[in-house]
Design a protein around this ligand. Sequence first.
Ligand code: CA2
Length: 147
Amino acid sequence: MVTKRRLLLVNGPNLNLLGTREPEVYGTATLADAERIAVEAAASVGFDVRAIQSNHEGVLIDAIHAAREDCVGVVINPGGLTHTSVSLRDALTGVSLPFAEVHISDVHAREEFRHFSYLEDVAAVRVIGEGVQGYATAVRRLTALIP
Ligand code: CA2
């Protein structure tokens, strides 16, 4: 049997705009840069990555469900769904895969509505405010938990 060593990388709504607007908040790196950072960090510890970005909650939930088949963990920046979505939380807990929650910006230094996360008590790892390099931190910390 081949051991599964794949991570699902999920970027939620509006993260396709990375690098095009609000550089003072999110920096100048693009989504492709963020994905490459995660892929390289994963490769360095023997994992590969399937990356998805969608602006549609149901698409993200379907991708998380599909990860049961061939992934051992999930790295997710849920975008604004962080602060609103019970359904995304239920998908992540439902598949029983360890997951890392990533936020590029320091959500705790921003508007109050960004301080709460529906994932905060169920995430195995949380990385907040490290910019896109936070994706590498999340991959390293998550994979360290996976036997
Ligand atoms: O800091 C993060 O990574 C966030 O998850 C990003 C979300 C925001 O709603 C969360 O509170 C924190 C927003 C993603 C939108 O990204 C954009 C990037 C560039 C320009 C406009 C939006």
